[in-house]
Design a protein around this ligand. Sequence first.
Ligand code: SF4
Length: 393
Amino acid sequence: MLTQTQDPEAKLTAILERCHATVLDASIPDAASLPEGFTGTIGNFPVYFPDEIAHAAGLLPVNILGGGNKLEMKHADARMGSFICSICRSTTELGLNGTLDGMTGFVTSPICDAAKHLAGIWSRNLPDQMSEILYLPQNPNTQGATRYLAAEFQRLRAELAHRVGHPISDEAIRSSIGLYNKKRRLMRDLYQIRCDEPWRLSCSESYMLVRAGTRISCEQHIELLEEALDAIRQRHVVAQDKPRVIFVGGFCEQPPLEMIEAMDDNCFIVDDDLLIGQRWVKEDVPEDAGDPVWALAESYIERSNASPVQHDRRKPKEVYMMDMMRAAKADAAILAAAKFCEPGLDDQLFWSKDLDEAGIQYLVLEFEEKMTSFEQMSMQLETFAESLLFALA
Ligand code: SF4
């Protein structure tokens, strides 16, 4: 039991405070403070990482999501150009300033040039840590995509087994898949509540509940989500009059929490792509598959969400954002992109063209994780919400 209080509001507040503390602490747990059953940590860069394989190896998967807007940059600027997005720079800073000391390794994938080159920077500057690029297929439509990805996951499995000094059994991976299926089901429940009764759970609250899971064990996250969902369902809340809006652009670098709160102040954010890698697989991964690694690869290819860093013709960029809007019964969209994020800016063009053609209102925002001033953005959001309410009246 995480919290003792019976009052649902107080219980949820206590859980959210715990999530905040977890998220603010970017350091890597030492051997004594690792959750039971883990012998090390594996850092992974967004968007997607097969947590189940690390979990089965006894390595705590930690999603490295940059340094937020409190980190002082001292070392990273000397190692990368000024046109690189903030999450790459601050992740490098965390590595160089010692915050990520003790990690067994760091895995990135070629979602863009900046992310791909992080592995090289890592191996030169932090030679004691394993540094790997996991080559996720950018084009999942070729016949051999699942076979290729399964081989890539097996390569990762072998590398992690080498690091921990013992093989990773199929049975251990199946057991991890079962746990992660449960965690994803609970996250889907959170998003369903936001769609059905958005006054019951804000975007920033749901974000903190999901984000805490990027740093704690799957077992701890399941316990936290179950308790939070119980409190959310019992919460006494009054429905408010706000426009229903989706937010896209938070798939990799994360907007500051203050920006998400400013959106909450003005709109119901009924769906989003924040931390989409945590929710990448949309349905349960088969738990009884003969080859659990194949099951993970097949789920990645066949039953996954869309994002700007993947090019799947079954999820065309012209369609997936509009599908999101329809499913969430949204009135409008907030199209955001992290500064210097090429994949995000590319998709923004497709999204805005579609919305223009459909005559749907949208607001374009640019953000950086290191932003500290939100007054102007708050005013933009207020004006946007007012114009929506006026149009919808
Ligand atoms: S924020 Fe965009 S540019 Fe930066 S690492 Fe992520 S996908 Fe690449």
